[in-house]
Design a binder for this molecule. Structure first.
Ligand code: FES
Length: 107
């Protein structure tokens, strides 16, 4: 398990224990965290799992694959330098305590 802190755009925090092997989108959607949709079920096709990784954690993540980068560039609303697609970030124990922020809207 890793505790992931999801922060809604209004500042509401959700501290969720996410099993290792799940991804950040799973951890939010399966726990009813508002602001993340995951419409394609994690197949890197919708970008409705867009989130912002806290800068203190961003460099600890594996770099995004080309498909994720392309989808972020083409479809994610308000993309920033620390944007990721939640479904493409696998949760490991090393991410315990990570903070991610949710955009005010998904694509
Ligand atoms: S859930 Fe569709 S791209 Fe992540």
């Amino acid at each position: 398990m890793a505790k992931i802190i999801y922060v809604e755009c209004n500042g509401t925090e959700h501290s969720i224990e996410v099993p290792e092997g799940w991804n950040l989108m799973d951890g939010a959607v399966r726990n009813d965290v508002p602001g993340i949709l995951g419409e394609c079920g994690g197949s890197c096709a919708c970008a409705t799992c867009h989130l912002f990784v806290d800068p203190a954690w961003f460099d600890r993540l594996p770099a995004p694959e080309l498909m994720e980068r392309d989808l972020l560039e083409c479809t994610a609303a308000d993309r920033q330098a620390n944007s990721r697609l939640g479904c493409q970030v696998k949760v490991t124990a090393a991410l315990d305590g990570m903070v991610v922020r949710l955009p005010d809207r998904q694509t």
